[in-house]
Unconditional design. Structure first.
Lengths: 474, 85
């Protein structure tokens, strides 16, 4: 039997904490002593591992290396990737749910310089003809038991009557209208609208702000130039003091001009909304060449990693990219799910929020009998962005914990030759930083346990290694 | 005992392998605190329980970490979540 050093291993020495080995396929993380580190490092250098090399490894250690996919037999990795791909396909082609993002208008009362949409001045609203056709469109998905809707735009509160009318009609359909959410700038979310959210099945409101009042008002202002910060915060207060039963996510857009003020703002907001279902998180602004501020305002991947790790270290805020990788990650979103669409105001269909208003990214139309009118684009999204069919990804040491990154950016990079599409996971360049940040907290927890609980803590000891991964997902 | 002193002990244990191993290999909490005192740290179990709420460290379970778009939460950009049963 021939064995190979897995291409998904990362073996490294950390100046502060010593020697480590991580495998992204099994998502297992080991602390090593120096002897084992040197033995395993020498295995890494061999393509096929010779019996001589293997003979110096203790049998129990060898068994663990095989079980955790650090050493693999012929085709073992291929089979593991097939299993992951199967899991991804199961989610992508699941027809038991229908997930719609509906844009009742593309118009917006704000004029943000970094917005990726180009249609903010189109204030047309969905008409009754489109609403009626949406109902017919929903009925086509006969196997779908549950329906989830995200109201999006433009600014959806500009067409709130459309939301009410369509919701009331959808409720009469033979499908379980499970939940809805709304992505809004919050400016027009007045008490009257708030009072109807529960009836509209809306249980999540996402509002974006751009930092402290001064910065926010200099970037997120009305078309007339009027500031918006105070009214948005007042509206969120009204929302959370109302009988509304859902939650509110405050996304704070972060770029290189406001990241230093985020912590102070977060504390302030959490204090205002203490004991309310309000979550405040940092959202990375990622602009492209077609935005008025170009690529200049983005934080680079390394800067963003530093920023989020510092937040985690000092403020216990976990970034959206986990500190310790999620081993069950399958990059499935609206863009590559068979039963998920974004519907524009005229009934045009898109696969991703970022495509809204762009004719070249329209995949179909609800008025067509066969609603997919651009099967090539659907295929590009579905198959063409599949990382398990991409040799560069298959050879990347972090594929199993990355899942291929943002589907929309992969598509634009691979099929539309757009520049600056960075879709890879932050783990690609910064895995060790994330793992060591995790290990530091792991160690802290162990030390506290050792001094407060009776349990004995496992050390590297004579075995020369120990598992330090978090408990597996249940 | 202040938070700073407790944190100093934790930081020392993180980087001093032999000290840490001695504590981890001890059979009782009393023995562990005795070793701490021998190293000049006059701390007690109560200090830890009072000063360091263990809740802060519960994020180490994967399930408690932040949302990704797979979990229907906000991801690094404005991704459309899908429902997964």
């Amino acid at each position: 039997m021939k064995y190979y050093w897995s291409k998904y291993n990362s073996i490294f020495r950390d100046d502060k904490y010593g020697y480590f080995l991580y495998n992204s396929l099994s998502n297992k993380f080991f602390e090593l002593n120096e002897d084992n580190y040197n033995i395993l490092l020498s295995l890494q250098k061999e393509k096929k591992i010779s019996q001589n090399k293997l003979s110096v490894i203790n049998k129990s250690v060898f068994d663990i290396l095989l079980k955790t996919l650090i050493l693999v037999g012929e085709n073992v990795e291929k089979l593991e990737l097939l299993k992951k791909q199967h899991q991804r396909n199961k989610i992508s082609y699941d027809t038991s749910n229908l997930t719609l993002t509906i844009c009742p208008t593309l118009g917006c009362n704000f004029t943000c310089s970094y917005c990726f949409e180009n249609s903010q001045n189109d204030f047309n609203k969905m008409d009754n003809n489109v609403l009626g056709q949406i109902l017919k469109f929903v009925k086509k998905f006969e196997k779908a038991k549950d329906l989830s809707i995200t109201w999006y735009g433009g600014e959806p509160t500009l067409a709130f009557e459309v939301i009410k009318t369509l919701t009331n009609k959808i409720k009469l359909l033979d499908i379980n209208f499970k939940e809805a959410s709304i992505i809004t700038n919050g400016y027009l979310l007045n008490k009257k609208k708030i009072s109807s959210l529960n009836d509209l099945n809306i249980n999540s409101v996402q509002v974006t702000i751009d930092g402290k009042k001064e910065i926010h008002d200099s970037r997120r202002f009305l078309l007339s130039g009027k500031p918006t910060y105070e009214k948005i915060i007042k509206n969120i207060q009204d929302l959370m003091n109302s009988p509304y039963e859902g939650s509110c996510d405050i996304r704070v857009n972060i770029d290189n001009s406001n990241y230093s003020e985020y912590v102070e703002l977060r504390h302030k907001l959490l204090k205002i909304f203490q004991n309310k279902k309000v979550f405040v998180y940092a959202g990375r602004v990622e602009t492209f060449n077609d935005n008025t501020c170009g690529l200049n305002c983005n934080l680079s991947s390394n800067e963003w990693t530093d920023f989020t790790i510092n937040l985690f270290r000092n403020n216990s805020e976990a970034p959206s990219e986990h500190i310790y990788p999620n081993g069950n990650l399958e990059n499935v979103c609206s863009a590559n799910s068979i039963n998920s669409f974004v519907i524009g105001p005229n009934g045009e269909l898109y696969k991703c929020w970022e495509d809204v208003g762009k004719n070249e990214y329209i995949v179909g139309n609800i008025f067509e009998d066969n609603h997919i009118t651009n099967p090539e684009l659907i295929s590009m999204y579905d198959i063409g962005t599949n990382p398990y069919l991409d040799n560069e990804c298959i050879d990347c040491s972090i594929l199993p914990i990355c899942g291929g990154g943002c589907v929309n950016r992969r598509l634009r990079d691979k099929f539309f030759n757009e520049k600056g599409m960075n879709y890879c996971s932050l783990y690609k360049d910064n895995l060790v930083m994330y793992l060591m940040e995790y290990y530091d907290k792991f160690l802290t927890k162990e030390i506290i346990n050792a001094l407060t609980k009776k349990e004995k803590i496992e050390t590297i000891g004579i075995k020369g290694f120990r598992l330090v991964s978090p408990p597996a997902n249940k | 005992m202040s938070v700073i002193q407790v944190n100093t002990l934790i930081e020392r244990m993180k980087t001093d392998f032999s000290f840490r191993n001695a504590i981890f290999n001890s059979n009782s909490i009393e023995e562990r605190f005795k070793l701490c005192r021998q190293e000049g740290f006059h701390v007690s179990k109560d200090d830890f329980e009072t000063l360091l709420p263990l809740g802060d460290y519960q994020f180490l379970a994967i399930d408690n970490l932040a949302n990704t778009w797979q979990k229907g939460g906000p991801c690094h950009t404005k991704c459309a979540p899908i429902s997964v049963n």
